[in-house]
Design a protein around this ligand. Sequence first.
Ligand SMILES: Cc1ncc(COP(=O)(O)O)c(C=O)c1O
Length: 409
Amino acid sequence: MEVIDGRLILGGVEASALAEEFGTPLFVMEESEVRARARRLKKAFANRSVKLFYAGKANPNLRLWELIGSEGFGIDCCSAGEVYLALRAGFSPDRISFTGTGLSAEEMRYLASTGVAVNLDATSQVEMYGRVAPGRAIGIRINPMVGTGSHLSCTTGGSHSKLGIPIDYARQASEAAARAGLTLRGLHVHTGSGGLDAAVMLGTARTLFELAEQFADTLEVLDLGGGLGVPHEPEDRPFDLETYARGVLALVNHWNGSHARPLEVFLEPGQYLTCEAGWMLTRVVIVKPTPEGRVFAILDSNFNHYLGTALYKSYHEFHAVSRMGAPRTRSYELVGNLCNTGDTFASDRLMPELAEGDLLGMVNAGAYGLSRSSNYNSRPIPAEVLVSEGQAKLIRRRQTYEDLLLWQE
Ligand SMILES: Cc1ncc(COP(=O)(O)O)c(C=O)c1O
């Protein structure tokens, strides 16, 4: 992004022109930022034993997946539907990694039919997969009982978490795999999203390498998940990618130098690649002062489009896009247009004086925004555009009212 004369420019296009052309609310993805992120990850993890996957759930837009794929990334999927999309986007099964929970036999049959490698996250799921696809290789997701995450609901390691096989039961799960005629090919961890502490994540990687010693005769892959966070709050420090990468590379190099059977390391970041590349443009529809002195700015967006602010109070900066850098003189409740009080983006947020019709830009909207969108209150889901070198390309069209009829019988 750039600011010229107080106006916000995204990918060389003025944000207000994007809002005029495509309407609001609108998601805008900056191609150069996505590529820069991808290249930074590639550079940090440059090693032929490391494979990078984009966690597709962060933003399941096929044009975006193609773009990230063109940087050499595969796609990490968490559902049979995501695998279907990844295959449709042209990723070959060996460029797709799957880790999911609560799989039905039907989903397992679909996954087995695609040839995609799967990580399972319960001993009973291992047994079921053995019945559905005997003779296959699998990975198991381990809960190392340590979590990282920006909020408890995005922390997936630890005793509160339903995800993964508790590390003390790893041996049991591997025995279940052997009984079911499956080969244990991989161990997987993902301990949370939005973590900014590289040291904790490195500690988890070490734990997984230590566990791997027990299964060294069949293992081929250690998947360290995603979870590399980006700063949201003004006082957040960026994730120390280089330290984390150096630590991970030291672990894999040491393993491969000391074991007969080499390991590959998989990483599946989502937020790190696309969060900061995305903006949500939204207009102020109503400015509503209250007698107690609160001022609500009701936007044309809501938690249907970005759930994190309502679900776990994630912090996102908002800018008045035609007055970038203007003094922030008044406190606002920035809220959505749904019939819920919890539909709140930011409370007591200092902004320049707002008027109805003003265009705002919410930062860090490129991950877990549209991917969690819904039609609650029967409101159509917004469009998404990709901007690059002064050009804007529609990569997801805005839903119409007719779209709301699609699933009605
Ligand atoms: C198994 C798994 N891998 C990767 C990710 C991506 O996480 P992030 O976007 O924080 O990198 C997630 C997120 O929920 C996940 O559950």
